[in-house]
Design a protein around this ligand. Structure first.
Ligand SMILES: [Zn+2]
Ligand SMILES: [Zn+2]
Ligand SMILES: [Zn+2]
Ligand SMILES: [Zn+2]
Ligand SMILES: [Zn+2]
Length: 257
């Protein structure tokens, strides 16, 4: 029943300690003619009364609030009311989950961490189609995530949403498609370059055509060059590029991207 000695801002003299619990003898109960005091009324058989004089002596010593984070300091006579009733740092049970939370933190607890608070799916909102249509208790997030179909594919530019269970497979397909697309784009680019070179009459250095074949002899005028073979190749390459591009377009839409 005594007050914790640690609460006193300055050390309490020994004569105010309770000989039974070794804490502060508050409220101070007189036990004998020598005016010894204790704080444990139940242990006393005969006369037990509070000593007003010793009580006043106690008021000389300030006490701190016992709750963590509180800076209140005051008279010992006010300590009980402060720490049990008005202190914002006293712990109370959350009305939803029963976890002990400081009074000042209850709103924050319910808003950000209470496992019983109903929250909407962080991806699909209140109608994601997963467990309980997206509205679920925070403590059930893992279960919701297993049924939620709103996990976005992490391959850039793909907006596909699917379940966690299907996402790995989907992303593998997405990466394949992306690589194919890049390879095709590269090939189309190379073909276009070749076509462009042929149409301007310049030699395509990359395909090994000897420059001397075109430029041999005079100033290199393209008008003097025989055209039949180049025209056929140009036509062939254009058709091939077009075919590749449209084949890719078909595949692309087929996969729904
Ligand atoms: Zn005591
Ligand atoms: Zn307090
Ligand atoms: Zn709670
Ligand atoms: Zn969801
Ligand atoms: Zn994807």
């Amino acid at each position: 029943m005594g007050k914790d000695l640690e609460l006193f801002v300055t050390a309490l003299p020994a004569w105010l300690h309770c000989p039974i619990c070794l804490e502060a003898a508050y409220p101070p109960l007189l036990v004998c003619a020598e005016q010894h005091i204790v704080c444990h009324s139940r242990a006393m058989a005969a006369r037990v009364e509070v000593s007003p004089l010793v009580k006043r002596a106690f008021e000389e010593y300030s006490v701190k609030c016992r709750h963590r984070g509180c800076t209140w300091v005051g008279a010992i006579s006010e300590e009980s009311t402060h720490s049990n009733v008005t202190c914002m740092h006293r712990l109370v049970s959350c009305t939803q989950c029963n976890v002990h939370v400081a009074v000042s933190k209850t709103e924050e607890h319910i808003a950000t961490e209470c496992v019983e608070t109903e929250i909407a799916c962080p991806r699909g909102g209140a109608n994601c189609g997963g467990m309980q249509k997206g509205l679920h208790r925070r403590g059930k997030s893992a279960e919701h995530d297993e049924t939620c179909a709103e996990f976005e594919c992490r391959v850039p530019d793909c907006k596909t949403r699917t379940t966690l269970a299907n996402r790995t497979e989907h992303e593998a397909g997405c990466v394949r498609l992306r690589n194919e697309k890049a390879a095709l784009a590269k090939e189309v680019g190379a073909l276009r370059a070749q076509v462009a070179q042929l149409s301007t009459g310049r030699p395509a250095v990359s395909d090994g055509t000897p420059a001397s074949r075109v430029d041999a002899g005079t100033s290199g005028s393209s008008a003097k060059r025989p055209k039949t073979n180049d025209d056929a190749l140009l036509s062939h390459l254009s058709m091939r590029a077009a075919a590749r591009t449209s084949a890719f377009g078909f595949k692309h839409s087929y996969h729904g991207h």
